[in-house]
Design a protein around this ligand. Structure first.
Ligand code: SF4
Length: 345
């Protein structure tokens, strides 16, 4: 159920069956060009397709010009209330802007829409459960999926009335069930690309769990064109988490680590080995299944089924590649042996 409409953000297309794009948001001061560019480069290295940054003042809007000169990652300017910041961000070269048209005067939204049209850049309508209008709150008795979808259509109408249709939508709530229900409803009723996310999802641990359930269930329904895993953590944590969710949903074919939970049969320090292998392979974008298994019960089977893997013994392990035993390695050589074989692949 990918969206019918397609939009372009810089050199990336979103919607209409295109690859699902991964986004993150800078936590630097946007006006600090050096810090912002460095963070964008780190995010790009991890596979981030699009970055968003807060534009709270004119200094931040102006900084976009220099940031865009230094990096080629599509840049989304996040703006609230002040239409002048939106116009300045567009002038400075933003590839997309995120606004809530409902919290700006209509004639000012018309100015923004005209400028976006002239520059051929889209607008994301970002509905957030925390900022629903008082009327919708009252009508639906609080934050509900229906209230959020109605809010999205109110915002869409404002833009459509300005003869603007280059739109993508997000409907974020901090409650996962409401979040999922809102996106499902929207996907049935609208042709616009959907930006998935669970807002204020929490710290790294809780945020990844909530996002995996919220975003993951939508992806399994075939809903979603781009996504961000929002974490109360460094943005650099968000991108691998997004790819982890895409990979678990069977959409992104990246590194997949299959590791056993360990038990009384484990005779090597499998937990540390699996953690280190995962860390060392973070950011590598190759479709590889890597098995890190504790013993001979399920180990050889999983390791054989993987592209590469180990099955632990007593202070050593068997190294498998494409279903064949390569050799036996000592425990302290497991990680280096595994990584050097992966490098050759
Ligand atoms: S693979 Fe072996 S060590 Fe790992 S959980 Fe299964 S039985 Fe235990």
């Amino acid at each position: 159920m990918a969206s019918l409409k397609k939009i372009r953000v810089g050199n990336i297309f979103i919607g209409g069956g295109e690859r699902i794009a991964v986004q993150s948001m800078l936590n630097t001061k946007t006006a600090d060009v050096k810090a912002s560019v460095m963070q964008i480069c780190r995010l790009k290295e991890l596979g981030c397709d699009i970055v968003r940054a807060a534009v709270p003042d004119l200094e931040a809007a102006e900084a976009i010009r220099e940031i865009k000169r230094l990096v080629d990652v599509p840049f989304v300017a996040d703006i609230h209330f002040d239409y002048r910041l939106a116009l300045a961000a567009i002038e400075a070269g933003a590839d997309k802007i995120r606004i809530n048209p409902g919290n700006m005067p209509k004639d000012k939204v018309a100015l923004i829409a005209a400028k976006c049209k002239e520059r051929e850049i889209p607008i994301r309508v970002g509905v957030n459960g925390g900022s629903l209008s008082r009327e919708l709150h009252k009508k639906y008795g609080g934050v509900t999926a229906e209230a959020m979808v109605e809010s999205a259509f109110e915002n869409i109408k404002i833009l459509n009335d300005c003869d603007f249709d280059d739109i993508c939508i997000s409907l974020k709530a901090s409650s996962v069930p409401i979040n999922v229900a809102a996106y499902r409803l929207m996907a049935k009723r609208s042709p616009y690309p959907l930006h998935l996310g669970v807002t204020e999802a929490g710290t790294e641990r809780q945020g990844i769990i909530k996002s995996a359930v919220g975003i993951g269930s939508l992806l399994l329904d075939g809903i979603g064109d781009t996504l961000r895993v929002s974490l109360t953590a460094e943005p650099e944590k968000e991108v691998p988490a997004a790819y982890g969710i895409l990979s678990a949903a069977g959409i992104h074919k990246g590194i997949e680590i299959v590791s056993c939970p360990t038990c009384g049969r484990t005779r090597i320090d499998l937990i540390s080995i699996a953690k280190e292998v995962e860390e060392r392979l973070t950011g590598i974008d190759k479709p590889l299944k890597v098995a890190v298994m504790g013993c001979a019960v399920n180990g050889p089977g999983e390791a054989r089924d993987a592209d590469i893997g180990i099955a632990g013994g007593d202070g050593d392990a068997l190294l498998f590649k494409k279903g064949e035993i390569v050799r036996k390695v000592k425990e302290d050589e497991i990680i280096s042996a595994l990584l050097s074989e992966i490098e050759k692949m």
